[in-house]
Structure formats: structure tokens, C-alpha cells
Design a binder for this molecule. Sequence first.
Ligand code: SF4
Length: 208
Amino acid sequence: MKVTRRQFLKVTGATAASFALVDLGFNLQATASAVKELRIKNVTPVPTVCPYCASGCGLVVYSERDAEGKFIRLLSVHGDPDNPINQGGACSKGAAMFNLREIYDEHGEQIVNPKRVQKPLYRAPGTDKWLEKDWDWMLDQIAQRVKETRDKSFIHKETIADGSEIIVNRTERIASIGGSGLDNEECYLLSKLMRALGVVYLETQARI
Ligand code: SF4
């Protein structure tokens, strides 16, 4: 068998390292299980869906929690190996999802990503300024505007080719777009709500 220089160094290096540790009296089996335990101590893996694109890859978010289960810090985000779509993989964008929430400063302290928008922002017509608003204000605005727009644009009946009238009950001034972050039940509820309002332009960026 032909052994390359690179293979030779790899094999002899690994073997020498193992012998050296055993010679020094380390119990490698115990060390391995201790490392495994340390790696998962107080760590909670939570499966989720990547929010970025239509592939809807499954990710696992690892976070450290205290004894009461309270969130302490985000540790890492990986592709979910049990997810049939991506089978543990994640593209560079999904793999960088960690930055969506928090980053570490130069001293290793965890801080909230300064680029992350954490409060609803509102830009009034005719201005380029974004104002921070609370969710109550924002949800009231959305509800009022949906009602106003629907009332103004609602089409009850339409005349068809043979001249007869049919009931259509729709609005063409509101559209709804969902994303791969929505699960089946959320999509179902969203489409029910939109259909009940008479919204006919329903879309999603997910394509799976
Ligand atoms: S990991 Fe990449 S490919 Fe998968 S859903 Fe996220 S952005 Fe899309």
C-alpha cells in the first residue's frame, strides 16, 4: 500500500498523542464522557425553522438556561440533522442566524446585536423618519387601517360576461404574504382570516 507523507504524519501524530495521554495516566474514556457532559450541561436544544428563505430548513438553537429554565444566553445555531429538508445542513445565511439575536464584543461579553430591530418602527407618510412605537399602538393601527381599506374597497357583486351579477365579496386593496417561519397551523389561521376578510391576494415566500 502506498502511504503519502501527509497520511503518514496524520496517523503517526494521532497515535503518538493517544499513547502520550495514556502514558500520563489519563483515563480517556472518562475524559470523553466528562467533555460530553460539559458540552450539554444546562444547554437546551430547541428545534426551529430558518426564517430567511423559502427552503424552510430546520435548525436547532442551543441556549444555556439556569436551574429554573430561564434563558441565560444563546450558544449556537446549527442545521437540524433530523429535519428531512436539510438533514443537518444550512447555507451560509442560515448558519449565520446566530447573529440575528446576539453577538459577542471584543471582551467575549455577550451583547444584543445592535443591528437587530427590537421594537416596531413606524414611518408616517411623507417623512423619512422612523419612530419607535409599542405593539399596542401598532396593532391598533393595523386593525384600523385594514378595516378602513376593506370598507372602502369591498366589492360585493360583479357583472360577468353574460350580463348577470354574481356575489364575489372581495377586496383587491389588501394583500397578505407569509413566510417559511410560519408553521402549518399559523398558515391555516392566516389564510382563514384573510379569506374571511375577502383578501384574494395571498402569497408566501416559502416554496416547499
Ligand atoms: S438555511 Fe439557507 S437555504 Fe435553508 S432556509 Fe435558511 S436561508 Fe434558506
